[in-house]
Design a protein around this ligand. Structure first.
Ligand code: SF4
Length: 328
């Protein structure tokens, strides 16, 4: 049986003009030719370092940054939207259907608003309720689902811990009844024990509300326990993509292997085998030729420096590396 895709992209590109002078302008391609399918009801992970383009990809799928090339579609029952041309009532409807959970639960919540008003704001801005009573009922309903004490609704955000604030952020994101949720580093600012609590909450809400997540993280160990599928990004491209179990059992791309090495191990032998990721990710305005990872890859050859590898799929596991089979 083929999975139904809620989100599908084909050669999706997001570019920004940079440089001051007319003849000196360049295009920074933060997302460069990405083709993915996010099945309905899935927990789809996107992993990469800062500067890999994962946040821009999430924003593009929320229609928060302009798509400059390729296609992205949202398909849910009778509703089918081309995200590069959305406007008017379709765009208004899509805002309700696609929401973002922010990274930083401290910065995301206005200190001057009560928790009730923070959660209610999207309903009021989008005009989704007809009366204050209806708004209050919806706020109470979603707050309870996010395991917030109803007595907390009268308080201000400073009274809460990081985990509680993130539950408030989640309630605010879900109050409009979205189908697609982008969670951008949504547990990165939290302690490890609280991270597990928030991930469990997201999982429970997924099945209860029929949500589809794009879960963006720099940390492979976080996506291991929550995501069904993981796409690894480097310099705006996907370099490896596979069901989580396959990716963790046998990563193929040297960049993915280096990210795995960054996961702390309790085994002293493993620590000795770690492949440290050297250097910095290059600037998207000054990308190297050939394989974009060759400036940091210990296995780079002349072929790697001259020709960019194509993402090739074998048994549901895609990788973009000339040498992945030799390096297994
Ligand atoms: Fe490394 Fe070459 Fe593979 Fe790129 S194509 S990841 S440089 S081995």
């Amino acid at each position: 049986m083929t999975e139904e895709l809620l989100i599908e992209t084909r050669d999706l590109t997001v570019g920004f003009p940079v440089g001051g002078r007319l003849f000196n302008k360049k295009t920074l391609k933060a997302v460069d030719g990405i083709s993915i399918g996010i099945p309905r009801g899935s927990f789809f992970g996107v992993v990469g370092e800062s500067g890999s383009g994962k946040t821009t990809l999430g924003r593009a799928l929320l229609n928060a940054v302009p798509i400059t090339g390729g296609h992205a579609t949202y398909h849910d029952g009778e509703v089918r939207y081309d995200l590069s041309t959305l406007s008017g009532t379709e765009l208004k409807d899509y805002r309700k259907r696609a929401q973002l959970i922010f990274q930083d639960p401290y910065a995301a919540l206005s200190p001057r608003m009560t928790v009730r008003d923070i959660i209610a704001e999207p309903l009021e801005v989008m005009g989704l309720t007809a009366s204050r009573e209806e708004t209050d009922a919806r706020v109470r309903e979603i707050a309870a689902k996010c395991r917030l004490n109803l007595e907390h609704l009268r308080r201000f955000p400073h009274a809460f811990s990081g985990g509680q604030r993130q539950r408030i952020s989640i309630a605010r994101a879900l109050v409009s009844g979205p189908r697609f949720v982008v969670a951008d580093e949504s547990v990165a600012a939290l302690d490890v024990s609280i991270q597990a609590d928030i991930l469990n909450l997201l999982k429970n809400l997924q099945s209860e509300l029929g949500l589809t997540y794009m879960f963006i993280s720099h940390d492979l160990s976080v996506v291991a326990h929550s995501c069904d599928h993981v796409a690894v990004m480097y310099l705006g491209r996907i370099v490896e993509s596979a069901p989580t179990r396959k990716l963790f059992a046998a990563p193929r791309h040297p960049y993915t292997k280096a990210l795995f090495s960054a996961i702390p191990s309790l085994d002293p032998d493993d620590r000795g085998r770690a492949q440290k990721l050297e250097g910095e990710i290059p600037s998207p305005t000054n990308q190297p030729p050939g394989c974009k990872f060759h400036t940091r890859c210990p296995h780079a050859t002349d072929l790697c420096k001259a020709r960019e590898p194509v993402l090739q799929t074998e048994s549901g596991h895609a990788v973009a590396c000339h040498r992945w089979q030799e390096l297994l």
